[in-house]
Design a protein around this ligand. Structure first.
Ligand SMILES: [Zn+2]
Length: 311
C-alpha cells in the first residue's frame, strides 16, 4: 500500500515537467502533388483526419506565390477549406526564399508580398514561418534586420519545436512511385509514424533538459500525401504515447515563444528547442537523429523499398 502511494505521488509529480501538449502545423501550402492523390483529395483527407482525431486549430503556412504555378490551381479553395474546418493560416513567404541566400531587403519584401495576400482573410494569424527554418544562419546582421522587420509588422516568429523531416520521406516516396518501385506501405506507414512521434519525444526531452520544463510543442509537417494517408495512424500513436493536441494559438502562447525573437546562437536555423539548448550550452547533437537524411535514407531503403536501394 505504501509503495502504491509513493507510485501515485511520483506519477502525479511528472506532469509539471512533461505536459506533452502539441500543435500540428503544415507548411508549403499549396504544395506540389505527392505520390498518390490529387491536391483536392489530399486536402479532404487531411481535414477529415484532423477532425476525426480531434485536432482543432492546426496551422497551415501559406506560400501565396505557389498559387500561380500549375500545381497551385484550386489552391485558394483548398486554403479556404482548411479555414472552414476550423484551422488557421499564416505567412510562409510569397516564394519560399532561404534567408541565408537572399539579401535582407528582398527577403523582407517577399514577406510583405505574402502578407498582402493573407492579411484580412478568414483564419489569418500574424505568424511568420521561416522557409527551411533558415533565419539567416551565421549572418547576425541579416538575422537581426529580419527580426526587426517582423517586429515592425507585428508578425511573430511561427517557430517550430519538433521536426521529423517528413518532406524527405515524402520526396523519397514520390521518387520511388515515379520510378515504378514496389513500396511496403505498412513499412512506410510505420516509418512515418515513428519518425514524427519520436521527433516529438526527443525534442520534448531536450527542451526539459535545456529549460527545466516541457513547452507546448509545435510540430513541423508539410501538406503531403503522407499526412493525407497516415495522419490517423500518427494521431493515434501520439495519443498512445500520452500526447494531447492543442491549437496553434495555444502553442504560440507558450512562454518559450519569447525566445524565438531573441535567442542568440552561432547559426540561426532549425528548431527553437535546438537553438535554446545550444544557447544554454547543451552538448551536440541537439536534434532528433532521424533529421539526418542520410540515416533516414537507410531506414527508408530497409523498411519501405521492398527491392532494396537503387543500385
Ligand atoms: Zn517550407
Amino acid at each position: 500500500m505504501r509503495a502504491l502511494l509513493i507510485l501515485i505521488a511520483l506519477l502525479t509529480a511528472i506532469p509539471a515537467q512533461a505536459q506533452r501538449l502539441i500543435a500540428l502545423t503544415f507548411d508549403d501550402v499549396p504544395r506540389s502533388p505527392g505520390a498518390w492523390y490529387s491536391p483536392d483529395e489530399r486536402t479532404r483527407r487531411i481535414v477529415a483526419a484532423l477532425d476525426e482525431g480531434g485536432v482543432r486549430g492546426a496551422a497551415f503556412f501559406v506560400n501565396p506565390g505557389s498559387l500561380a504555378r500549375p500545381e497551385g490551381a484550386g489552391g485558394e479553395a483548398r486554403i479556404a477549406a482548411y479555414v472552414r474546418a476550423g484551422h488557421v493560416i499564416a505567412n510562409h513567404g510569397f516564394s519560399h526564399l532561404a534567408a541565408s541566400k537572399t539579401p535582407a531587403a528582398a527577403y523582407i519584401a517577399d514577406i510583405d508580398r505574402a502578407d498582402a495576400w493573407l492579411r484580412g482573410r478568414p483564419g489569418f494569424r500574424p505568424w511568420y514561418r521561416f522557409p527551411y527554418l533558415d533565419e539567416g544562419q551565421g549572418d547576425k546582421v541579416k538575422r537581426d534586420a529580419i527580426r526587426a522587420a517582423l517586429a515592425a509588422r507585428r508578425l511573430a516568429n511561427g517557430y517550430v519545436t519538433a521536426d521529423g523531416v517528413d518532406w524527405h520521406i515524402e520526396q523519397r516516396t514520390i521518387d520511388a512511385v515515379t520510378a515504378g518501385k514496389v513500396l511496403d506501405i505498412e513499412g512506410l506507414r510505420a516509418l512515418y509514424v515513428e519518425t514524427q512521434a519520436d521527433a516529438a519525444d526527443v525534442y520534448d526531452a531536450l527542451a526539459v533538459r535545456a529549460t527545466g520544463r516541457s513547452p507546448v510543442q509545435v510540430m513541423l509537417m508539410h501538406e503531403t500525401d503522407l499526412a493525407a494517408r497516415f495522419l490517423p495512424d500518427l494521431i493515434a500513436e501520439m495519443k498512445r504515447r500520452g500526447w494531447r493536441f492543442v491549437s496553434a494559438d495555444a502553442a504560440f502562447a507558450d512562454p518559450i515563444a519569447a525566445q524565438a525573437a531573441t535567442v542568440d546562437v552561432p547559426s540561426a536555423q532549425g528548431t527553437l528547442v535546438e537553438a535554446v539548448a545550444w544557447a544554454r550550452g547543451l552538448p551536440a547533437p541537439r536534434w532528433y537523429r532521424g533529421n539526418d537524411t542520410a540515416l533516414l535514407d537507410t531506414w527508408y531503403d530497409a523498411r519501405v523499398l521492398k527491392e532494396g536501394p537503387v543500385p
